[in-house]
Design a protein around this ligand. Sequence first.
Ligand code: T1G
Length: 687
Amino acid sequence: MAVAISKIGDVAVLLLDTPPVNAVAPAVAEDLMRCVQAALADPAVRAIVLGGAGKGFSAGADIADFDRAEAGGASMRALMVALDAAAKPVVAVLHGFALGGGLEIAMAAHWRVAAPGTQIGLPEINLGLLPGAGGTQRLPRLVGVAKALDMMMSGAAIGAEAAVVAGLVDEITQGDPIAAAVAFAAGATVRRARDRVVAADGAAIESARAAAAKRRLRMPALLALIDCVEAASTLDFDAAIAAEADRFDTLLASAASGGLRHAFMAERAVARLPGIPKGDAMVFETVAVIGAGTMGSGIAIALLDAGMHVVLIDLRPEPLAAAAGKIRRTLESQAERGRISADLAQSRVARLSVASDLAAAAPADLVIEAVFEDLAVKRAVFAELGRIVRPDAVLASNTSTLDVDAIARAAPGPERVVGLHFFSPANIMRLLEVIRGARTAPVVLGQVMALARRMGKVGVVSGVCDGFIGNRMFEEYLRQAYLLLEEGALPAQVDDAMEQWGFALGPLRVMDLAGQDIGWSIRKRRAVEQPERPYSRLPDLICEQGRFGQKAGAGWYLYPDGRKPLHDAGIDALVVAHSAMLGLARRAVGDAEIVERCLLALINEGARLLEDGIAARPLDVDQVWVHGYGMAPERGGPMFQADRMGLAHVLERLVSLSAGREGWAFRPAPLIRKLVDEGRDFASLNR
Ligand code: T1G
């Protein structure tokens, strides 16, 4: 049974019990409805207390269910009708979390009491949905239009104490929450949220619509939500509920919600890889970071934020002192902006120590080297560390492209060596590519994957290859961007097309931000290692002018203020002249072609990564692109997009493009042809 039933005196106590988060699948909603109806029919029952077993009240409807045929909200809505019909007092007692449909159930109860610190909210917008079980009608009746809009449009949870102030929760429980709720029920009456009148708030509605207009991919769900909230003060309750249900079902079928739900489940699935045991991140209490550059400093902040002690080591006193100052200022500014308390900021600063001697790494449980991206330098550091640290200390390299196995061979115990590829800024970007060396022990992988979660990052396991998962795909994406410039597109058009489609930044603006010199050195190395895969010369031309991007004040764009990219007609002229030098007649290139060529480049290389065993599943590739390269989660990721496009169509387009200019870059990965022949899609490889 999904509901644990008991009685305390004349109060029926019903506890949702579907671990781990009391998600409410249709069958669970039906079970709960039957239990409520039985309690209402029982003459010995005077009141009902609704609660949740385990770590929280409920995380809402079962997200995994939405892609199954019988999904939709019918059973949840029937439960709401049953609660609305209750002629006996129903008291919901919340603890841990009450989110989505879980909060909607609680709002259909007559009273709500909550344990201190309970997180309460309607996060459906983060799934491209709106609350589909009465939330858009009951929340405004309880907290008013403006507060309801704020909660549902942000999807952010509020604490129990704030919920009392807002009028959503009636009392904070003291001691055992169930006992407190039963005591509360003694004086409870029937008081339905649906019977309240909502004061119209046209100003809040209009400003919400203006805010929604700026959130392109999320706009349909936001506008539908706002319409429902507006209806709370213009339509009668049942008519508004019917309208909410229609809009919910439409959003449920939308591409954006499909992408967001895939991203939600994939973000959790990446941590579950066959053969890798669940690790304990608490084994890492002291972490030494070698190298006080941009990456080392960012990694140190991320570790301090996650509660660890950090020893930042750099043999050069000036960069070390500068880094320590930057770390301190960053933590203090988080307190000044109210993101953390001043005490917490100070405690984090206190857990940082600096040293200019590798010997300071001796007590470390984990060492992360973030020194210059040169194999010989990294190998020398590992060799030295091998003589200093404990034999059970984990050694990690933050290399972004170098061979982790070659680095591992420099230190004793390659089974404890792993790559931890942080993305800059390391204290902001959520992606962490966890590079599995040939000899890396599964227990070490489990531990560093748990470390990723402890740091609030999304750890994705990658094998060893040039560029791992993300950068190897990014190089093919860049290759197409450059070729499109040669054929007729201009830089701003390429970037705008990809940003309109759903990237935070277009590929050329990304390289201006990351540093064109980094791309240049990769192309020079690859010219030697992969001469059969030449790039356009265009990016080299701007590098030869010293235009290394934002840090140099100019790249593909100009940066007079050091931040905002400005169009540079001189670069357009350079692009046009280069086409002429190549003897290419420039042609009109549409945005759709730009998006297609760039996406197909990602999909094809992603398939090759799966064939090579570098990426374990398509969902791992998807998460790399959502959390490391700014692809909107509404798009789900490149492999999710390929399934949306249809693999037969993807194959047909790859075959067609491979017959064109520089077509070798689109030669279809055999895995795609295999899946098409078998009538399967990438999702079938995620199971
Ligand atoms: N449905 C199904 N599974 C869920 C789930 C859900 N709603 N929430 C969590 N899980 C799984 C998750 O995949 C993971 O599985 C495990 O639980 C632990 O999750 C009708 C339509 C509650 C704050 O959006 O925010 O209600 O990996 O790792 O860090 O209007 O989970 O162990 O196999 O995140 O302690 C709206 C989403 C649904 C809440 C707990 N609700 N969940 O965080 O654990 S739509 C949400 C969370 C809806 C109604 C609408 C968090 C959490 P596995 P976790 P956590």
